[in-house]
Design a protein around this ligand. Structure first.
Ligand code: AMP
Length: 493
């Protein structure tokens, strides 16, 4: 007979792929908490556009609305917000590109436990979710969704500890991976970052001192939109508990070296956000300057691939003294290219998203600046478009080192075989995308732009696994020995 846990497991894998990018947000003791949360999610829309959800608490009961689509699709109607009363709420934006996006996977996840209701919103990726899930299914746990995040709910459910926070700590000690969580119980809102702090999470204050409330969010741009002040980053390995007594901090893990995701700076975060006290916009401009120093080329114009290439192109232009021009105009009403699932659609998507500014490009030697090359689809199309508009030379400069490895920590990347840089040298990539020259910023240049002296192999400081293959957090689900790991976990409490 087929092993039922295997079946469940494969389904989970196929449907979800466990590839997610997400934004999380929460408010504590704020009037119209659901409306404020919807605003916060709007500011974090770039972190996930496939589904959105809010769970509120009115002091007695939890209320929830979750749906497929953008924040506007789900929370644009005041009647929906009115059905989410209370001064406390958490929310989530999700973006999963492989397989179906189904309603049961939309977060925040919610469960009724013996201690009361509990909701959780997760940004990141658990690297032992498969192994844990199989062990839990064998123990009789009934999974409702196919997301890795539900593992938190199931581990909390079976924990023998009595308080919510102790059960949460118990669950966290069994998971491996990258996670920034915002969770809500009947008496507290919690913000949690994994021990290496791979994904961002910040704490903010809203309203006046003494009477005001608290905010947790993936990025500071979500504080700006709701008029909250930045207080501090939630620290790696920290659990921030916000309740009627105020804010308390728990650090249940042994201290590990911090490995914040460098790709947040390169591409993912919104430029207006501060990450670890550093402006993402300024960081991107500095990367562009490094790129100009490392890979100078004679040309007439520096042209960004909008929007993500804009700050780096500005930095490149300032450093090189070559004029900056918007030679490509972006259609603001089209989402990020990766949303389109098939290659065919993705090709169409690129054309829909960008159009050439012909009078600017005609007869010019152009330096195109983009933040990254993943499959190479975007670059190839853009280069064709710029040449067709009359550019005489096209030089491509990329404000990240080549993306050679997949991310297993919460940034959606295709599997390694589809990453152009995993199988091509820079010269071969230049040929594929059809440019006169191609250069990427070096890994040391990237680190310098972020205020370090270079990449120190002993203490890299950032998670740069997608660029170096140096994975700081174990990947049990990827290991050939997943079954051995499973037997080790069979003794799960
Ligand atoms: P590609 O066409 O596959 O080479 O994709 C490269 C483009 O995708 C670049 O313009 C990037 O700005 C963008 N990009 C890079 N990483 C991601 C990601 N994880 N999700 C969505 N878009 C991305």
């Amino acid at each position: 007979m087929a092993d039922p846990t295997q079946v469940t497991f494969r389904e989970a894998d196929e449907e979800d792929g466990f590839h997610e990018e997400c934004g999380v947000f929460g408010v504590w003791q704020v009037p119209d908490a659901a409306a404020v949360t919807a605003l916060g999610l709007h500011a974090l829309q770039h972190r996930g556009q496939e589904s959105a959800g809010i769970v509120s608490h009115d002091g007695t009961k939890f209320h929830s609305h979750r749906g497929l689509g953008s924040v506007g699709d789900n929370f644009g109607d005041q009647k929906v917000i009115d059905r989410l009363p209370g001064r406390i709420a958490i929310g989530h934006n999700r973006y999963a590109t492989t397989g179906d996006t189904v309603l049961r996977n939309v977060q925040p996840l919610y469960a009724d436990f013996e201690f009361g209701g509990f909701a959780v919103a997760h940004n990141g990726n658990l690297t032992n979710a498969h192994v844990l899930r199989r062990a839990l299914v064998r123990r009789g746990c009934l999974f409702q969704s196919t997301t890795d995040s539900e593992v938190f709910i199931q581990l909390i459910a079976i924990s023998l500890y009595s308080t919510v926070v102790d059960r949460l700590i118990d669950a966290l000690k069994q998971v491996i991976g990258a996670y920034s969580l915002v969770a809500l119980s009947e008496h507290a809102m919690m913000g949690i970052r994994d021990p290496m702090g791979v994904r961002p999470l910040i704490l903010g204050r809203i309203g006046t001192e003494g009477t005001g409330g608290w905010v947790l969010a993936s990025e500071t741009c979500a504080l700006d939109i709701v008029g909250a002040d930045f207080v501090r980053d939630v620290e790696p390995g920290e659990i921030v508990v916000i309740d009627d007594q105020g804010v308390h901090s728990i650090r249940p893990f042994a201290k590990l070296p911090e490995r914040f995701c460098v790709f947040e700076y390169i591409y993912f975060a919104r430029p207006s956000s501060l990450m670890e006290g550093t402006s993402v916009y300024e960081a991107r401009k500095r990367i562009g300057r490094e790129l100009a120093i490392e890979s100078a080329v004679d040309a007439d114009l520096v042209v960004p691939v909008p929007d993500s290439g804009v700050p780096a192109a500005m930095g490149y232009a300032v450093e090189s003294g070559i004029p900056f021009e918007l030679g490509i105009i972006r259609n603001q009403y089209i989402g990020r290219t990766f949303i389109e699932p098939s290659d065919h659609i993705r090709h169409l998507g690129v054309k829909l998203k960008h159009s050439p500014n012909r009078p600017i490009l005609k007869g010019k030697r152009v330096i195109l600046v983009d933040d990254s090359i993943v499959r190479g689809t975007t670059s190839k199309k853009i280069v064709e478009m710029v040449r067709a508009a009359g550019a005489t030379e096209v030089h491509m400069r990329i404000s990240s080192p080549p993306t050679t490895h997949s991310c297993f920590y919460g940034i959606d990347t295709p599997e390694r075989s589809q990453l152009l840089a995993s199988s091509h040298t820079v010269a071969q990539m230049a040929e594929v995308i059809g440019v006169d020259s191609l250069a990427f910023v070096s890994i040391d240049g990237l680190y310098r732009a972020l205020g370090k002296s270079g990449r120190d192999a002993e203490q890299p400081f950032y998670c740069d696994a997608c660029l170096t293959g140096d994975y700081p957090i174990a990947l049990p689900d990827q290991a050939d020995n997943a079954d051995r790991q499973l037997s080790l976990l069979a003794e799960i409490k």
